[in-house]
Design a protein around this ligand. Sequence first.
Ligand code: FNR
Length: 344
Amino acid sequence: MDELHAHRKDEHVFITQKQYQADAQNGLNQIRLLPNNLPEISFSEVDYKTTLAGIEMKIPFFINAMSGGSKTTAQINQKLATAAAKTGLAMATGSQSIALRYPETAPGFKIVRKTLPHGLVIGNLGAGHGLHDAKNAIKMLKADILELHLNAAQEIVMSEGDRTFFWKDNIREIVGRLGRPVLIKEVGFGISPTTLSKLKELGVKYVDLSGRGGTNFAKIENQRLHGEDFSVLNNFGLTTAETLIGSQFFQKDFSFTASGGIRNALDIVKCLVLGADNVGISGLFLHTVIKKDVSGLISLINTLKHQVKAIMTILGCHDITELRQTDYVLSVELENFKKQLHKH
Ligand code: FNR
């Protein structure tokens, strides 16, 4: 096996932990939900079932792509999957690219399906891969959905990263012929409205906006410092709040996942109010499982489940459709951002 690739997986986990901040800069504090002081509802009436890439899901958030490809990250996958199995969450693995190239690393991904035999399992590859690899990635995990990540900014700051980015043909073919839902995602720099227009033309229906504000691969790669210093990109991209505002012009075209720096139940609810059908969480769950093990992660997930319902209750919302009607106001900056998008 290629030690360099496995080592990089471990470094990513190690450095995300070092850089983890409880206070995320996801921009969601620039969105304020207005109270509904006459909720006319009881907690037991709230049902937050939703869909992920068109598949029904009982809980509106899930464990997003992170892990697999080394001994340590295989163990992390097992722990994350155990927590997912105990709480009913869906789970994505990290990029399976390494397992397609070095099959001896596949068990560290397959452990997720083994632990979640009846759960919703999401595979993951970069958009540089073609249909053949995509089919093998699905087969490896008996995955229900495939995430394809667009990570040009991450690759360019990595000294060993890709330098050519011709992805549109792969996306069109995989979306058209995989026979499974394909969720196009970023890795924390955010997907722009212009990109959404292009994805629409390629036949894409499901997009994870994956905005800036939590895990930051520009900062991570700068800390690895195997190449040139690229801190100029530390604040590159759109925050999670900005990606959600941008997505509102495309509500009829896609089902959206929101992610990037999600830290608590209010963040989750705000993403749903702004139009996302579900929310992906990576950094927070990784940090929790490393610091507090599986039991700590289970208890966090249960708290989030309870608090999302509690917030829906005080907003007087029976379900996510009603949640979308919640009044909110944007900060001056976000309102300005929205106005400028409108001009395009
Ligand atoms: C990631 N992420 C990621 N995404 C992806 O599509 N394929 C991958 O292999 C990985 N690998 C990975 C490793 C680690 C250690 C982390 C923390 C994250 C990106 C992830 O799915 C998500 O888009 C971003 O991390 C933003 O969400 P958070 O972390 O701010 O909640």
